[in-house]
Design a protein around this ligand. Structure first.
Ligand SMILES: [Zn+2]
Length: 390
């Protein structure tokens, strides 16, 4: 059984230890059991600590069958360095540890305040390098979230003490605390003065001021409740820096004030839609002129770089200049067949299917489909179809 050092705050970042057991967990991973450890093993929705054992990197720490396994890459650099009986200096990655502590302690304040204000419980917590999510079993509106966020940050700036302790059986009965499930082993409680009391196994900051600040960056309805994505402290700083830089770039491109970029983008979108509308009109005018200039013939075949609406519009115009039918094809192979006489389009479509592998259909005077064949092949095939049927 590994002795866990300072299970209150997981304070020592460096400690001496001895390898007690060594397992090859798979081709790539070794599991190292130590006589003593201050590493936090993954649990309660949070990934384990990273760090080093001697000069070997610890990538995660897990509890398996009651043993605390320090996971180390099984490779040339680690071979022979972690034999049973080896004495080592272990070091915990302070950056990851502190970032995790900020997120997790922030989550406790948030969950405590949501519970007090709305009576909702935290029913799911996930803390990885990528994201931090908290699930509540009730609906939180945008207004609720703003209110909670303000109260959480006030509690952070009040710099309240965080106390971690193991209550006696007598104390346990007197205390009312949040807990996700029945806890095995000794009950470890985390108290944030005046805000929250919660059963938890993870490392925490000693004073709430260390969290810096908390923001809810996204919320979603989730199984009748609400999932919140939160960020605290260093991670919030990094996220904010990146998003502010995005906004700064947009503001420079639009020559807009940084707090007015959305209004400018909205205007830009409206301008774009108006231009798009105008473009369709001009394009139709142009197609009208193009159609008027066409000599009347049996079949009109055209290839246009245009969207589906424009293809249909052009087919209507060009059919007016065709004794048999018009065929208009877009860049992607989508086409429209149209006639303004009583010419039967079915045999033409059938020919396109059998000769060029076309797909599509329709009835009456308009048919649509897609075809992938070169222009010359289509042109001669369609012209002969238009003549042959007369
Ligand atoms: Zn916790």
């Amino acid at each position: 059984m590994t002795q866990q050092l300072d299970t209150l705050y997981f304070a020592p970042e460096t400690f001496e230890c001895e390898v007690k057991e060594l397992y090859t967990l798979d081709e790539d991973t070794l599991g190292v059991v130590l006589d003593r450890t201050a590493f936090f093993p993954a649990g309660g929705g949070q990934s384990g600590d990273r760090g080093t054992l001697g000069d070997c990197d610890v990538e995660n720490v897990e509890t398996r069958d009651g043993a605390i396994l320090h996971l180390v890459k099984n490779c040339e650099e680690t071979v022979g360095k972690l034999a049973v009986g080896t004495h080592l200096t272990a070091k915990i990655d302070r950056n990851k540890r502190f970032s995790d502590m900020q997120q997790h302690s922030g989550e406790h304040i948030l969950s405590g305040i949501v519970h007090r204000l709305f009576g909702y419980s935290n029913v799911g917590f996930h803390l990885s390098d990528r994201e931090v999510t908290v699930d509540f079993d009730g609906v939180l509106t945008e207004n609720d979230i703003c209110k909670v966020e303000d109260l959480v940050n006030q509690a952070i700036w009040d710099n309240r003490a965080v106390r971690v302790f193991f209550p006696t059986d007598a104390e346990k009965d007197q205390l009312s605390y949040r807990s996700k499930k029945e806890v095995d082993g000794p009950l470890r409680l985390v108290e944030i003065a005046g805000i929250d009391l919660c059963a938890c196994c993870a490392p925490h900051v000693r004073h709430t001021g260390e969290i810096g600040a908390l923001r809810v960056i996204k919320s979603e309805k989730n199984k009748g409740g609400t999932r919140l994505w939160i960020l605290c402290g260093k991670r919030l700083m990094a996220d904010t820096r990146q998003k502010l830089e995005q906004n700064r770039l947009i503001s420079t491109m639009l020559s807009a004030k940084q707090n007015e970029t959305a209004v400018f983008v909205q205007k830009l979108k409206a301008d774009h839609a108006a231009l798009q509308y105008e473009l369709v009109g001009v394009r139709r005018q142009l197609l009208g002129l193009q159609a008027a200039a066409l000599p009347e013939q049996d079949v009109q075949v055209s290839f246009l770089d245009a969207d589906a609406d424009t293809l249909r519009y052009a087919a209507g115009l060009f059919a007016g200049r065709a004794r048999s039918f018009a065929f208009v094809c877009g860049e992607g192979g989508n086409f429209v067949l149209q006639t303004q006489t009583n010419f039967d389009l079915q045999p033409v479509m059938q020919l396109l299917r059998t000769q060029c592998g076309a797909r599509g259909g329709g009835r009456g005077s308009v048919m649509q489909g897609s075809v992938h064949a070169d222009k010359e092949t289509l042109q001669s095939l369609l012209e002969s179809a238009g003549k042959a049927a007369k």
